[in-house]
Write a protein that binds this ligand. Structure first.
Ligand code: PPS
Length: 307
């Protein structure tokens, strides 16, 4: 890695032909064209039984959980956890992009297990090798209203995602599952249904905000680790929103500005529960909730929109 956190990975993004990539359906799930066109090789990926999967719908607390896990696995050593940008420490399994950007599979092939692997794939598109090999998996879910607001601002600043258009229309795309990685509703339900049989640790963003120490300890126990109290305290401090916003290896400023335009909306934007109140009109909320009841009615997943 050269000075300033500029890695060959960052450099490869600088040189690639980035555009707002169109989405192509894979088994009914809209995915970025490069991912869709390489889906067979993603599906064939075989993890090591020691690998850990962190799965989320986009914008539900992935980076936060990744940083917590990396710190837990390195006994709270902040320096080691700044060894490389998040995208290289914990690659996104399914990412394929124009050359010379390495795919997630390429990055993973150069790492020794046990690896931590990020995915936004809905449960049914996760390579079956994860379950055949009984890999551990952590799923993080965030309430739909805040998840939607966060995704909207991300799509404004991320020049490789389809243009979000106006907020009003974006709400409808979200409800219809037309955004990258598909339907939030199917995503959170898909992992919920499987959590017991597959031993998936199902976490909520709101719980993490409410009591970060409790959730860090929950993850620690799931990983069968036992860290000293002061180390846990340090991990909680290092993974606060403010600390992570200042951490160049976690805050996504390592993605060149031509792709992530932080001046439009920073990746580390607000990090709150309840920011949805600043987005929905009363009429939009009524319509959103009516649809929510229909899509979620058979499921009692304990989402909270306020804490
Ligand atoms: S991605 O692109 O899917 O990996 O994004 P993801 O990391 O899942 O979600 C980004 C949102 O998570 C917020 N965030 C945090 N909140 C609280 N504490 C910490 N430490 C933290 N780190 C990231 C980030 O600000 C995005 O949410 P919004 O609501 O847009 O601020």
């Amino acid at each position: 890695m050269s000075e300033g956190g500029n890695t060959s990975y960052t450099d490869s993004i600088q040189r690639a032909a980035i555009e707002r990539f169109p989405l192509i359906n894979v088994r009914g799930v809209p995915l970025m064209n490069y991912i869709a066109n390489n889906f067979d090789s993603i599906w064939d990926f075989t993890p090591d039984p020691s690998d850990l999967l962190i799965a989320t719908y986009p914008k539900s607390g992935t980076t936060w959980t990744q940083e917590i896990v990396d710190l837990l696995l390195h006994n709270g050593d902040a320096e080691i956890c700044r060894r490389a940008p998040m995208t290289e420490r914990i690659p996104l399994l399914e990412i394929f992009a124009p050359p010379p950007i390495p795919s997630g599979l390429e990055l993973l092939s150069k790492m020794d297990p046990p690896r931590v692997i990020k995915t936004h794939l809905p449960f049914q598109l996760v390579p079956p090798g994860f379950w055949e090999n009984k890999c551990k998996a952590i799923y993080v879910a965030r309430n739909a209203r805040d998840n939607l607001a966060s995704y909207y601002h991300f799509d404004r600043m991320n020049k490789s995602q389809p243009d979000p258009g106006p907020w009003e229309g974006y709400i409808h795309k979200f409800m219809r599952g037309e955004l990258s990685w598909g339907s939030w509703y199917e995503h959170v339900k898909g992992y919920w249904k499987e959590r017991e049989e597959r031993n998936i640790l199902y976490l909520f963003y709101e719980d993490m905000k409410e009591n970060p120490r409790r959730e860090v300890e929950r993850i620690m126990r799931y990983l069968e680790l036992s860290l000293a109290d002061d180390v846990i305290g340090r991990i909680v401090a290092l993974t606060s929103f403010e600390s992570m916003k200042d951490n160049p290896m976690a805050n996504y400023t390592f993605i060149p500005e031509r792709v992530f335009v932080h001046s439009i909306s920073p990746f580390m934007r607000k990090g709150e529960v309840g920011d949805w109140t600043n987005h929905f009109t009363p009429e939009q909320l009524r319509m959103f909730e009516e649809d929510y009841e229909k899509q979620m009615n058979e499921f009692d997943i304990p989402f909270r929109t306020n804490i």
